[in-house]
Design a protein around this ligand. Structure first.
Ligand code: ZN
Length: 681
């Protein structure tokens, strides 16, 4: 769960966005030194006015958004490729004989078959949830209510919060359970409270969605209308206790370690005793509560809201969360609101793609292990390690050279960098699925996989109370993404992202550094962004900065906040410079590190055309076509800036960029005077 909330390279909510469609997004290879001939530049735009458009317009025109996607980016094409590979694997596994085949193959084949069997799914109706619906119906006390929320959690449908095992941010040698706010059907708390026309329309569409789901579940129309008000009011009350996306980026605010006794004393209605003794969980003594205000709000509602209201709410939550795995009516209704209304996507992906994405997410390592064996070049790790080491060395040298930082803070920064771990391509040890049993029921298999993962997965509760397992991977190798974890002080680069056009062993190193180098530098810089810098070398939330150095850092990042606040993503909708600060620091630091690391390799470093190629190559990393609805949601909720600003916001802060493009000058739209360019890492 944690990885859904912090420091990913790309926006996290993309499970729904993989797919078919054109795959050809590769930057044309060519080790040829022909300067820019392999790029189709839009010469009608002056590079200094919009470098992103100058480099990417031709590609953007050639890559319209397929009807089943939220947007189309370089990473979308990579995901399509991975989906095709996984599809082939799963088809194979599902065709294999189940008797003498290997157990892992049997499981992934079984899951896939159940997902593709629309006939059985149709017949089953809500039957695959009947035990849970009965458990909700049977609630007749406050204790019974708390217990029902935990039964749902154990089956993968945590209705009111997220719960998983993680490193204790105040003592990074121990594993504790973590609890994170939840309970909402809209993407973020603010969706319930905004009053502009667009937001009011989304609120109304959401209420209509709730009513339609309830009717599909068998309620008469009038009853569904009344229940809709109950569900919406409950969510709104929970939302009122949520922290905002921006507040959730503050580790001081979200690091709150409680003993179990303190929790029972302060918030007695949650059912801590039941939660702490979930079957398979390690022994709980302390818990990381991300948002105590939320737990307080939830506690109040569990104590005072009518039990009948809670039953209506829990029933709806369960069915809505399970809808993607139920029959076509539920699935289509879910799609209509969550993809079409919120993100503007007109068409559902084909069935195989939906099943492949679900299976890859829920049985990550099981699928990943086969994927690695079949599709990952065994040389990848070593080749990527070379780039990684070059970038870390460059970072180390730049820390030494920082004019704004004192020696004691530099010494601690060097230590933190040296201690930072890296995981490349795929794990050495895989999640054990020997306890997982599947059936012919798709929703049953989804439940089984989620329940297994809650205990035995990478963030499984069985780890609580034990030592920190350094071999754990939080995201499976087939994922096209990357991330940094501050409490483990480590980066993860799965095989999925170590492919063309991000990385190609046979290509000009300038381009590998510009794209993969940027990705690696980005994650490394996260350890030193406004959040990451608050953790020490061992991953403890502990200040290692002198006051003056911290003030210098903040003065520099303030320039970045102001810069991004001025970017207009859609008419009247501006980027939130505070929400996106960590990502923007990582983007700026990342490309700076990649550039200087590349300049130290044995390349034609004096050739001015090589530098142009580097920056043009970098600008291709973020090219994308976005739907307006999708972009609006991104700006309102996501800590990443829209793609265009990930290019234009960064390049114009790098002095060497101006040297490579002498035609860019002070009269240009994006030109920034030397004094306005934040230089941090
Ligand atoms: Zn990031």
């Amino acid at each position: 769960m944690k990885h859904l909330f912090v420091t990913l390279l790309l926006i996290a909510s993309l499970v729904a966005a993989g797919c078919s469609a054109p795959a050809g997004t590769a930057v044309p290879g060519a080790v040829s030194q022909a300067p820019e001939s392999e790029f189709i530049l839009n010469e009608s735009i002056h590079s200094g006015d919009d470098f992103y458009a100058y480099v990417n317009d031709a590609w953007i025109a050639e890559h319209p958004i397929p009807p089943d996607k939220q947007y189309y980016a370089v990473f979308t094409g990579m995901r399509d490729g991975v989906d095709d590979d996984l599809h082939a694997l799963l088809l194979n596994a599902s065709a294999a004989p189940t008797q003498d085949g290997d157990r892992n193959t049997t499981l992934i084949g079984q899951f896939y078959r159940s997902g593709m069997d629309a006939g059985t799914i149709d017949q089953e109706g809500l039957g695959g949830l009947s035990d849970l619906l009965s458990a909700i119906d049977a609630i007749d006390s406050r204790v019974g209510l708390a217990n029902a929320t935990i039964v749902l959690l154990e089956e993968g449908f945590g209705p009111v919060y997220h719960y998983w095992a993680e490193v204790n941010p105040e003592n990074s040698s121990e594993m504790v359970p973590a609890l994170y706010q939840g309970g909402l059907g809209l993407p973020d708390r603010d969706y319930y409270f905004r009053n502009d026309t667009e937001s009011l329309e989304v609120q109304e569409a959401y209420r209509e969605h709730i009513a339609r789901v309830l009717v599909l579940a068998g309620e008469p129309v009038e009853e569904a209308a009344a229940d809709t008000s109950t569900v919406y009011a409950m969510e709104r009350a929970l939302a009122a206790a949520h922290l905002s996306a921006e507040e959730n980026r503050d580790p001081q605010k979200t690091t709150n370690i409680y003993t179990l006794a303190e929790l029972e004393e302060e918030f007695p209605a949650i059912g801590w005793g039941t939660l702490a003794t979930i079957s398979g969980s390690g022994p709980v003594s302390r818990m990381h509560i991300y948002q105590p205000g939320y737990v307080e709000g939830l506690n109040g509602l569990l104590e005072t809201a009518p039990l009948e209201d809670w039953k209506i709410y829990l029933r709806y939550r369960l069915i809505d969360q399970a809808s993607p795995y139920l029959n076509a009516s539920f699935e289509e209704e879910h799609f209509a609101f969550y993809e079409t209304t919120l993100y503007g996507v007109p068409e559902m992906k084909s069935r195989w793609q939906r099943v492949v994405n679900t299976e890859s997410e829920l049985l990550g390592d099981l699928v990943g292990r086969e994927y690695v064996a079949e599709y990952v070049d065994p040389r990848t790790r070593e080749m990527v390690s070379g780039i990684f080491l070059a970038i870390r060395e460059t970072f180390d040298e730049r820390i030494t050279g920082l004019a704004w930082m004192s020696e004691p803070t530099k010494a601690a920064a060097h230590e933190k960098l040296a201690a930072m771990g890296e995981k490349i391509a795929y794990p050495d040890r895989w999640t054990d699925y020997s306890g997982l049993n599947l059936s012919d029921s798709y929703v049953g298999n989804v439940r089984a996989a989620k329940a297994h993962s809650l205990i035995h997965g990478p963030e499984g509760l069985e780890q609580i109370g034990g030592p920190v397992d350094r071999s754990v991977w939080f995201i499976p190798p087939q994922m096209v993404n990357a991330f940094y974890d501050p409490t483990r002080n480590e980066m993860v680069f799965p095989a999925g992202i170590l492919q063309p056009p991000i990385f190609d062993p046979d290509r000009d190193p300038a381009l590998n550094y510009a794209t993969l180098g940027w990705v690696i530098g980005h994650e490394m810089t996260h350890g030193f962004d406004d959040q990451g810098r608050q953790y020490d070398r061992d991953g403890n939330l502990k200040d290692w900065w002198t006051e003056e150095d911290a003030a210098n850092f903040n003065n520099r990042t303030a320039l970045l906040v102001a810069e991004y606040n001025a970017f207009e993503a859609l008419p009247g909708l501006y980027v939130n410079g505070n929400l996106t600060l960590g990502e923007n620091i990582a983007d700026l630091g990342g490309l700076t590190l990649a550039y200087h690391a590349w300049k130290k390799t044995e390349n034609p470093s004096d050739d001015p055309d090589a530098d142009r190629r580097f920056f043009i190559g970098a600008a291709t990393l973020w090219r994308a076509n976005d739907r307006e609805d999708s972009l609006r949601n991104l700006v309102l909720t996501d800590p990443h800036s829209p793609e265009k600003f990930r290019v234009n916001g960064v390049l114009f802060n790098i002095p060497e960029f101006y040297e490579a493009f002498p035609e860019i000058g002070s009269g240009d739209a994006l030109y920034r005077a030397a004094g306005e360019r934040p230089s941090i890492w």
